[in-house]
Design a protein around this ligand. Structure first.
Ligand code: ADP
Ligand code: MG
Length: 596
């Protein structure tokens, strides 16, 4: 392998004179400690590398050894349930402030292996050649590395094995024999190959009403969560990790302060999977690169995380990657770029910020895997724009690549209205794709009307809710000028109904026992009940019923509290609520008619 000598260092960046060929993106080991680095520029006999570990003590003259391979990580069954740094080295106890020097430390895990192929079988890249079951947690597939194919000339029998043990040997076309273990190496900046990208028509179900019902994200889609400090990004990502219907969660703590990450790391191992009651960690991988860890490793961590997500996707699973936050990642990019002496662009970020974001989001997809299954990677990433200004570069460039945008609002957060997602600044470009999926949910949900439904009841109710929320802003502005009582009753009713949408539907506490999760069916029933109230009230008002009497209906209390009071196991109560509402409003109309 090639060797170079360090000429100059600045923070995590070094220049070295090479006495052999180096390639762009090649992984290198630097100095006596063998610090892990990556070549980021090659010019003549000089190379520039970024180093992912603490470079204190590194001097000119130190040796840089090429590895002959691009920067990569080991993916395998030992990932689930564990906590790693940005380059996927195990973090032994999260209290360690820095990653220890010296690359290549790997946790050794033991598994029960059972083969899925036999001698003489011909298999292709990405094929499943066996399964492993850890002492605890889920059974996983052993995947042949994507670029290896050929005939099985050795396969281990069933039994206990290490992650690194050779389990199979594959002779490829040209005769070379590859040793294959449960884990394999993959370059982080290269998307793992797939057979095909598939169109998605299902949502990632989050259990959060404002997301699923108003601003859904596709399974295999991408969402950005921008929000100023303290608006609830971390709480939301954690809630989604627990409640969403992905099979595997990859949680990336990227450049957040150590104490915030410590909160996540404390919490996760204690959380139970709401579906199985088993520890949530059994299907989670945590990657932590806090602000006190080396900055270049933070830049790489986002690629490590998405590579891990793709590895589980390749086993035919739905994976959700939560990245908190891409702003801190972009800051690392900026810092390294500055040290490299590159020309700064907008906000001091390098000109390639946008294309790097594009590369990252491009890796979200629903796919047919090389072994013929269906899997997906859904990307959910928070953005922490300085002073909550959404026009800054990271937010505005992310907006070009995501399809769902969940804007957290400081005013809502300050009013303790959670989740503090602003319904007018947020959007989903994929809602149309999901109409059919929601229609099937509505067809089976309680509180359904008899007949004469709109083409898509969900799209129709969603449109109504969004229109009401939009009208609310306009009417409130007017009310501030002329006084609320001066508004015509129709408009006062619209304000009142918008408030019901906010309070009874959008508000949802992540910490409530009943309401932290709302199944699609419960969401559908709630939308229906609120939608029906709006329609009945408008009709009654038009027939001359006084607004005050509508606003004083006893059932409104139940409507406001249905999220808390009607849990998942009591769905038929929505039918009761619906009938009661129709009765109460009808009685008002009859009395009104009588008075006249
Ligand atoms: P950020 O990551 O945006 O800086 P956090 O996620 O840490 O903000 O949230 C800050 C605080 O806001 C939390 O400690 C919590 O008290 C409150 N909070 C945020 N989201 C919710 C929620 N969905 N339900 C209840 N409280 C919340
Ligand atoms: Mg946070």
């Amino acid at each position: 392998m090639s060797v170079a000598r360090v000429l100059w260092t600045s923070g995590p960046v070094l220049r070295a004179r090479a006495s052999g060929p180096f390639q762009m993106r090649e992984a290198v080991h630097v100095g006596a400690d063998g610090l892990l680095g990556e070549v980021v520029a090659v010019s003549g006999d000089e190379i520039v590398a970024q180093v992912f570990e603490d470079c204190t003590g590194l001097r000119p003259g130190a040796e840089v050894h090429g590895s002959g391979a691009p920067l990569g990580i080991w993916v395998g069954p030992g990932l689930l349930g564990n906590i790693f740094d940005g380059l996927l080295r195990p973090l032994s106890g999260y209290r360690s402030e820095y990653v220890t020097a010296g690359a290549g430390v790997r946790r050794s895990c033991r598994f029960e292996f059972s083969p899925a192929v036999k001698l003489g079988d011909r298999i292709t890249g990405g094929a499943v050649f066996g399964r492993v079951a850890p002492a605890q947690g889920r059974t996983q597939d052993c995947l042949l590395p994507p670029r290896v194919a050929g005939e099985i000339v050795h396969i281990a029998g069933g039994g206990t094995c290490d992650e690194d043990a050779v389990l199979a040997r594959v002779r490829c076309e040209v005769g070379a024999v590859h040793d294959v273990a449960a884990s394999h190496y993959w370059p982080v900046r290269e998307p793992r190959p797939v057979a095909a990208r598939l169109p998605a028509a299902e949502p990632l179900v989050t259990g959060q009403r404002i997301l699923d019902s108003l601003f859904p994200v596709l399974l295999g889609g991408k969402a950005a969560i921008p929000g100023g400090f303290g608006t609830g990004k971390t709480v939301l990502l954690e809630a989604l990790a627990r409640s969403c219907n992905a099979d595997v969660i990859v949680y990336l703590g990227c450049g957040e302060r150590g104490n915030e990450m410590a909160g996540v790391l404390d919490e996760f191992p204690r959380l139970a999977d709401p579906r199985t009651g088993r520890p949530l960690m059994e299907r989670t991988v945590i990657i932590a690169n806090t602000s006190n860890m080396p900055v270049a490793a933070r830049e790489a961590s986002i690629y490590s995380a998405v590579t891990v997500a793709e590895y589980f996707r390749d086993q035919g699973l739905n994976v959700a990657l939560m990245a908190d936050s891409t702003s801190r990642w972009a800051e690392a990019l900026r810092e390294v770029s500055g040290r490299l002496g590159e020309l700064p662009g907008e906000g001091g970020y390098p000109a390639y910020l946008s294309s790097r974001l594009a590369d990252f989001y491009e890796r979200a997809a629903k796919v047919r895997t090389l072994n013929g299954r269906t899997g997906s990677v859904t990307l959910l990433s928070s953005i922490s724009p300085p002073s909550g200004d959404f026009s800054e570069p990271v937010t505005s460039h992310s907006k070009r690549y995501v399809r769902s945008f969940w804007a957290l609002d400081l005013k809502r957060a300050q009013a303790r209205f959670y989740p503090a997602i602003h319904p007018l600044q947020s959007y989903s470009e994929d809602a149309g794709e999901l109409a059919e999926w929601w229609d099937a949910v509505f067809a089976a949900a309680p509180a359904g009307a008899e007949a004469g439904k709109a083409a898509s009841e969900w799209l129709e109710l969603r449109r109504r809710f969004l229109t009401l929320l939009d009208e609310q802003v306009r009417l409130e502005r007017m009310a501030r000028i002329v006084g609320k009582d001066a508004l015509p009753p129709r408009q006062q009713l619209a304000l009142f109904c918008a408030e019901i949408v906010n309070e009874a539907f959008l508000r949802q506490s992540a910490f409530s026992e009943t309401d932290w999760y709302a199944s699609p069916q419960r969401q559908a029933a709630m939308m229906r009940v609120i939608g029906a109230f709006v329609a009945l009230a408008e009709q009654a008002l038009a027939q001359g019923v006084a607004l005050e009497r509508l606003m004083a209906l006893p059932l409104l209390r139940s409507l406001q509290r249905m999220g808390e009071e009607i849990g998942e196991d009591r769905l038929p109560e929505f039918d009761v609520l619906m009938r009661r509402m129709a009765q109460e409003v009808r009685r008002l109309s009859e009395e009104g008619a009588h008075v006249r």
